[in-house]
Design a protein around this ligand. Structure first.
Ligand SMILES: Nc1ncnc2c1ncn2[C@@H]1O[C@H](COP(=O)(O)OP(=O)(O)OP(=O)(O)O)[C@@H](O)[C@H]1O
Length: 305
């Protein structure tokens, strides 16, 4: 069942459609990623879902409610960690948790929540003295304190070291496993690939692809990558036949070690083997792999994340 439904949403600033007809729905219990380059419209989109911005066109429903017209009820259902959140420097972790708990009619007990997030030994520490990772964990705790059905996490791991980022990923999975739907904004491929059940790729205000991470990779042209060192140099006509094989998107010239790379599809592999056999060429150091989500993203958006 869809818990968030975004339908043809548009937001315009100074005549520019920064969100331009975005539609997607998020199923209950999934981690849904919004992935896109800087300025693609990700934050604007999720802030419309949170009812913090009002779309110029289109509709949004969170558990069947309109985030603007039913703002109070949506706020109780939806926990948000905002991008670049800040708290007052002198507020302690305990004070922040108590303060945020007071905003909700039925908050969870913050003590076990703090313990789960590894904050129980930091309760008397002031916000300004927390490390980046501890601040992020506090923001996750604050997003969960109202016992939400959905939590929105925007660029949660930006600025964290690889260890803290991995710890945060584990936490996000635990949140999902606890039955909370997660809407995750990110521009980290590894994060999206590791965590998300499905991903909407947003580019210049539009959804350019929406699929599972594996599905996005399959959608990218040249998603099957064959690399090999031919036992003899391939001639121009040989290369032309290689390029003409079914599904081939590109053939990269030999690297320093003489390895050629063919970007194709699953349908490329068998004809590739037959072609080499027909040419009497052996493929040394043959590797057949899938392209990374990184490369799929480049292909889908035509730019780097
Ligand atoms: N209040 C505003 N007034 C004018 N322009 C805005 C406003 N908010 C956002 N924009 C513009 O809309 C575009 C999309 O911004 P948004 O923050 O949604 O992108 P994003 O995908 O979240 O980017 P990032 O990854 O850099 O956070 C940007 O070009 C931004 O400058």
């Amino acid at each position: 069942m869809a818990i968030i439904e975004v339908d043809k949403v548009r937001k315009t600033y100074a005549g520019r459609h920064v969100v331009d007809g975005v539609s997607f729905s998020v199923e209950e219990g999934e981690i849904f990623g919004i992935l896109g380059p800087n300025g693609a419209g990700k934050t604007t989109t999720v802030e419309c879902v949170e009812g913090l911005r009002i779309p110029d066109a289109g509709t949004i429903k969170v558990a069947g409610l309109d985030p603007v017209a039913d703002h109070d009820r949506v706020t109780r259902l939806l926990g948000a960690q905002l991008q670049e959140s800040e708290l007052q420097a002198k507020l302690t972790v305990r004070e922040a948790l108590e303060l945020y708990a007071s905003f909700y009619p039925a908050p969870v007990d913050w003590r076990p929540l703090a313990a789960r997030l590894g904050l129980d030994e930091k309760l008397t520490t002031r916000f300004a003295k927390l490390s980046g990772g501890q601040k992020q964990r506090l923001f996750i705790a604050l997003a969960l304190i109202g016992d939400p059905k959905v939590v929105v996490l925007d660029e949660l791991t930006t600025g964290l070291d690889p260890r803290a980022r991995r710890d945060t990923w584990k936490l996000i999975e635990e949140i999902r496993d606890g039955g909370v739907t997660v809407l995750l904004v990110t521009h980290f491929m590894e994060e999206a690939q590791r965590l998300c059940d499905r991903i909407a790729v947003i580019d210049r205000g539009k959804v350019v692809a929406l699929d599972t991470p594996a599905g996005l990779i399959r959608q990218a042209t040249g998603s099957t990558v064959i690399s090999f060192v031919p036992s003899r140099a391939l001639t121009g006509p040989d290369l032309a036949r290689l390029t003409a094989l079914p599904g081939v998107a590109s053939v990269t010239p030999p690297d320093r070690e003489g390895a050629l790379t063919v970007h194709g599809t699953d349908e490329t592999v068998t004809p590739f083997v037959s072609l080499l056999a027909g040419l009497g060429v052996t493929a040394r150091r043959l590797r057949i792999t899938e392209t990374s989500l990184d490369e799929a993203f480049l292909d889908l958006t035509g730019q780097d994340a």
